[in-house]
Each structure stands twice: as structure tokens, then as C-alpha cells.
Ligand binder design. Structure first.
Ligand SMILES: Nc1ncnc2c1ncn2[C@@H]1O[C@H](COP(=O)(O)OP(=O)(O)OP(=O)(O)O)[C@@H](O)[C@H]1O
Ligand SMILES: [Mg+2]
Length: 238
């Protein structure tokens, strides 16, 4: 059974329709990859799941529970952690303070345990604990952002464009961490990426969204080696 299921979703902002009859599922312990060109509606799909978009029609269920139209904080409490495309780091606070804020709903003694666990996943953050987050490099910021999303031990992690603007070596490092989260920590992940090729290489299942419509779902391998991949990706119909 899918952990997250989106059925016939029509959603957007205010009166604007962005998604048309979208179906999407994410299974437990898998990386589900969502790719598509700029403006396709990828972020809007994550926003819909997280309670941040206007839903016109359709249904979103999480672990069998209907979460359609629930307010964002309730959805977060259900165990859905959403890492926004623009990041949620506060530059003027230290790395440690950022992690503490991300765990604000947790009992106090649990916060330290969680921070300890996150430092095991991202050992490099140890050196930066008392530095202002604004002084971190691009790659280090992404690590901190993922760490923050993990503070509340989410059942599912929604990652939006984690690798944009990173040098190739850092893209590789961030995606390796995503794989590690799945393999070692059994984390369920939805990965939205414009870096389609690399994302498809690590995904278990893939979706391609073009102009608000799902154009492909299935094996990431197959999509990657699809003879019409570029055409599909750009939304050119045969
Ligand atoms: N808050 C908003 N209010 C109104 N329209 C919006 C809002 N956010 C996005 N849109 C519009 O919705 C459409 C889909 O945008 P979305 O951000 O979901 O695309 P995307 O696939 O994530 O693109 P990118 O790869 O550039 O991040 C775009 O036409 C965009 O202008
Ligand atoms: Mg986006």
C-alpha cells in the first residue's frame, strides 16, 4: 500500500488552476522522484500535500487518512515534513539554534537526542554547531536544511530542489545523503528535482509532470532511457 496517495487532484492558487487530474503515490522506504520542466507544477503538488495550495477537487490520503484541505500544522503533525524550495534556514542564528527551532514541537529532552542523531547522519555539521547558518556553504546549508526537516522524525520527507545551484560534486554528495537516508534510516522520501538525470538514477519510482499534467509514471530507468525522453520532458507531443 502507498503511504501517500494523491487522487485526481486539481489544485492551484486562488482561482488559478495549476494541476489537472494529477495522480501520485509514494511507497514506504522508497525514493519517489518527481521531475518536470520549470513551471510544470512540481512545487504546487508538494504545496497541495502540505496544505499550502488551493485544492479544487480530488483527494490526498496519508497512511489511509484523508488529509485533503487540512491546515499545514496539522499535516506536519501527521508526520509529513516539507523542505521548501527556498529553504527554511534562519541565517542569523547558529546551526544549533536552527535545529532547536525545527524541533519546537518536541519535548525538551528529546531535542538533544534528535540533534545527536542528526549529527550522526551529518557529522560535518558538528564543526559548525555554533556558527551562524548564514556563513555555511551551499552544500552545508542543504545538509542543515535536511537535518532540520528530520528533527521531528517525519514519516515522509518532501524535498524540493535540493541540488539547484550546487557544484556537481555537491549535487553528488547531497543525493548520496538522500540514498543513505533511505537505505540506513528507512526514510520515505519524495524527491522533486530539475536535475532529472541524477534524481532518476537514485529513485525507486518516477513521475514526470509537464504543464500540470502527469505524462509518465513508472520505472526511473525506463524514463531515463526512454527514446522520447527529451520530447516528453519538454512536453512535445508526437
Ligand atoms: N503562490 C503562487 N501564486 C500564484 N501562482 C503561483 C504560485 N506559485 C506558483 N505559481 C504558478 O504555478 C505554476 C506552477 O509553478 P510551480 O512552482 O509549481 O512549478 P515547478 O514545477 O515547481 O517549477 P520550478 O521547476 O521552476 O520550481 C507556475 O505557472 C507559477 O507561476
Ligand atoms: Mg518548484
Amino acid at each position: 500500500m502507498a503511504m501517500l496517495e494523491v487522487k485526481n487532484l486539481n489544485a492551484g492558487y486562488g482561482k488559478l488552476k495549476v494541476l489537472f487530474d494529477v495522480n501520485f503515490r509514494a511507497k514506504e522506504h522508497e525514493i519517489t522522484v518527481l521531475v518536470g520542466p520549470n513551471g510544470a507544477g512540481k512545487t504546487t503538488l508538494l504545496n497541495s500535500i502540505a496544505g499550502l495550495a488551493t485544492i479544487f477537487d480530488g483527494q490526498i490520503t496519508f497512511n489511509g487518512k484523508d488529509i485533503t484541505g487540512m491546515p499545514p500544522h496539522k499535516i506536519a503533525k501527521e508526520g509529513i515534513s516539507y523542505l521548501l524550495q527556498m529553504g527554511n534556514i534562519v541565517s542569523g542564528l547558529t546551526v544549533r539554534e536552527n535545529l532547536v527551532i525545527a524541533g519546537y514541537l518536541l519535548p525538551k529532552d528529546e531535542v538533544d537526542d534528535r540533534i545527536e542523531e542528526i549529527l550522526n547522519i551529518f557529522p560535518r555539521l558538528k564543526e559548525f554547531m555554533h556558527r551562524k547558518a548564514g556563513t555555511l556553504s551551499g552544500g552545508e546549508r542543504r545538509m542543515l536544511a535536511i537535518g532540520m526537516a528530520l528533527m521531528r522524525r517525519p514519516k515522509i520527507l518532501l524535498l524540493d530542489e535540493m541540488t539547484t545551484d550546487l557544484a556537481p560534486i555537491l549535487v553528488k554528495m547531497v543525493l548520496e545523503k538522500v540514498v543513505e537516508l533511505r537505505d540506513q534510516y528507512k526514510q520515505t522520501i519524495v524527491l522533486v528535482e530539475q536535475n532529472a538525470k541524477r534524481a532518476l538514477e537514485i529513485g525507486d519510482y518516477a513521475y514526470l509532470l509537464v504543464s500540470g499534467t502527469m505524462r509518465y509514471e513508472g520505472s526511473p530507468e525506463e524514463l531515463l532511457h526512454h527514446p522520447q525522453f527529451s520530447k516528453l520532458y519538454l512536453g512535445i507531443k508526437e
